[in-house]
Design a protein around this ligand. Structure first.
Ligand SMILES: Cc1cc2nc3c(=O)[nH]c(=O)nc-3n(C[C@H](O)[C@H](O)[C@H](O)COP(=O)(O)OP(=O)(O)OC[C@H]3O[C@@H](n4cnc5c(N)ncnc54)[C@H](O)[C@@H]3O)c2cc1C
Ligand code: FES
Length: 279
């Protein structure tokens, strides 16, 4: 059982939780994630380890309430417990000196981009970040990103904060500009990562993405997180989550993400209708 030490709502439907997990906190590196079950009957979901607190004993998770499990998790209060938490899982980000790195976070992907941007900055890179959300109320970690990056571009789809438009509009301008870019690193909705890959490909700029397929066991055994990279089958939980964006079959990823859409919708509606009665 893993105790929730604190909880804060960062935006509508986005929650930040500090969870006591000393063994995971002691080992987690940027780019890694945990798989958790809210309770014994629950499904297993992956969430990124955003940071480790000063005590070194607790991890911060930031998640968007999109379905039954994340909604249930968002209803837990400080002092309550998460049933299981395994990790850290996945391969850590390759943190080294690249030169000029552009880190892109879309939506709740900003939470996943933050530890990577911070680590790349500490490794001596010049880090330009582009973060975006549908509107200003959904934008998260702007101050934290500003603190760890050399420059920050903020975009919202509706223009309510920063520049009106998509993160990829800013990326396009940077690619067309005079400052060479040695690495682009993007985390967000699959469609955003696909557009990033399509934009950087003609420029030959090395581009990494952190993929977010449905996961079940997190051990490479169940096959739920299967993706095709460079024509080969890879399992995101053990071979990823980060891959060369120019090799990823995004169409397949997006199709597989939508596979259980009807069932997911029904599960959330049932949970909201019956409240916490089913646990
Ligand atoms: C390695 C990894 C790290 C992740 N880190 C985070 C994180 O730090 N914060 C966070 O908010 N989310 C993160 N995700 C996504 C998160 O796991 C899903 O949002 C969650 O599993 C949804 O569960 P649910 O039961 O609430 O929703 P469901 O009922 O399962 O799904 C509801 C809706 O969300 C969509 N969805 C489901 N799974 C995913 C997914 N993996 N990616 C995108 N959309 C999905 C469905 O298509 C559906 O539209 C991560 C995913 C992976 C693979
Ligand atoms: S989640 Fe089962 S193989 Fe990756």
């Amino acid at each position: 059982m893993f105790k929730i030490l604190s909880k804060e709502r960062l935006a509508e439907n986005v929650v930040s939780m500090l969870v006591e997990a000393p063994l995971i906190a002691g080992k987690a590196k940027p780019g890694q994630f945990v798989i958790l079950r809210v309770d014994e009957k629950g499904e297993r979901i992956p969430l990124t380890v955003v940071s480790v607190d000063e005590s070194g004993k607790a991890i911060r998770l930031i998640f968007q309430e999109v379905g039954k499990t994340t909604t249930k998790l968002g209803r837990l209060r400080p002092g309550e417990y998460i049933s299981d938490l395994v990790g850290p899982l996945g391969r850590p980000t390759e943190v080294k000196s690249y030169g000029h790195v552009v880190v892109i976070g879309g939506g709740v992907g900003v939470a996943e981009a933050y530890p990577v941007a911070k680590a790349l900055k500490s490794a001596g890179n010049r880090v330009t970040a582009i973060i975006g959300a549908r509107s200003k109320d959904l934008l998260i970690l702007e101050d934290e990103m500003r603190e760890v990056c050399d420059s920050l571009h903020v975009c919202t789809d509706d223009g309510s904060k920063g520049r009106k438009g998509f993160v990829t509009d800013v990326l396009k301008e940077l690619l067309e500009g005079n400052t060479p870019i040695n690495l682009v690193y993007a985390i967000g909705p699959a469609v955003m990562m696909k557009v990033v890959a399509d934009l950087t490909r003609p420029y030959g700029v090395h581009t990494m993405v952190s993929l977010n397929p449905i996961m079940v066991d997190g051990t490479g055994m169940c096959g739920a997180c299967r993706v095709t990279v460079g024509g080969e089958t890879r399992f995101v939980c053990v071979d990823g989550p980060e891959f060369d964006a120019h090799m990823v079959d995004f169409q397949e990823l997006m199709t597989r993400q939508r596979m259980y859409l009807d069932k997911e919708k029904m599960a959330l509606e049932k949970y909201l209708r019956e409240g916490a009665a089913d646990g």
